[in-house]
Design a protein around this ligand. Sequence first.
Ligand SMILES: Nc1ncnc2c1ncn2[C@@H]1O[C@H](COP(=O)(O)OP(=O)(O)OP(=O)(O)O)[C@@H](O)[C@H]1O
Ligand SMILES: [Mg+2]
Length: 341
Amino acid sequence: MAHEMSGEELRRYREQRGMNQQALVGWLNERLNRRYDRAKISRWETGAERIPQIVAGALKTATEPVGIPAAAVRAAPVVFCAANQKGGVAKTTTCVNVAWLLAQSGRRVLLIDCDPQANATVHLGVDPHERELAKATLTHALKASRPMKEFMTPVCDGAFDLLPSSISLAAADRELLRQPNGTLILRAKIAQLAGLYDFVVLDCPPHLGELTVSVLNAADQLLIPTQTEMLSMMGIPQLFETIAGVRELVNPRLQILGVLPTMYSPRRLQDETVMKELRELAAAEQLRLFSPVKRAADYSKSVMAGRPGLAYNPNSAGAESFREIADSLLALAGEEMRHGA
Ligand SMILES: Nc1ncnc2c1ncn2[C@@H]1O[C@H](COP(=O)(O)OP(=O)(O)OP(=O)(O)O)[C@@H](O)[C@H]1O
Ligand SMILES: [Mg+2]
């Protein structure tokens, strides 16, 4: 009789191929035409359930590389950020949901909360105060010489990792990041994560201070979320100027992924007017305009539940827009792989 695969053996198989549990689910379901989920892989790995012969056989006899090549072998993660110095335009909501979708597609994702308000941290059910007491926040990671990994915590039942923020980041913005080369610390720390993540998602505070500049110095792809209200577009020219400076001096890789209209109410005249202006801006600047995210109560409710809106309700208004963004990042990651970037 064939030797059974143990949970420990399965975990080793998976990790050696740089896959998370979700990636393994995708590979097995496609190959074996099954509907396994991540919980099932967990039960196999902990030994709570026996691993079927067909699964063990598929893994042991696979001739092609197991896993998603783009995710498994890419060295440096794609670094994505959402920035706009205007407050309350759905930067955090976008980051949390895009991180969730990337993780759902089997990619290894880290979200770094770069805002002292710690909204992403709270949104993902983590207590910033407790993390501050445990000295396990972005502030501590920036100051320490220890690996970033030590400051992270898994969120959404292990779907992705979070490097939490807390109010002490405001002091870091004033002190640490204003030292010579201070706005390069985050970039250097992220460079140490090569091979560990496929995507790093950075959530910015609502101003163009040292933290936002640190994020722009580190990012490959920038999304500009903007509410479809008259005043929301006002800061965009200033943001363009900052981006141009960052590109010229520090980070020529930085690209604008596009503009995301948010909290859109199709029947309001003001929203229609702003949408028209955004279409003109996108055409003039040759930027992609993503489909607008409609106003929906799910997003505030999901904050209370400590989960991304799309984990709370996958069909929330705006799901399509967030999918467009995640898909364009996945396509970019694949593209860079092919060109060996
Ligand atoms: N499509 C939407 N419809 C209705 N409410 C939304 C939507 N998207 C986000 N919200 C809510 O709007 C508020 C602001 O969103 P969010 O915190 O994501 O913005 P932000 O740009 O990160 O804000 P800040 O500038 O303070 O960091 C939150 O309460 C969020 O739950
Ligand atoms: Mg925010």
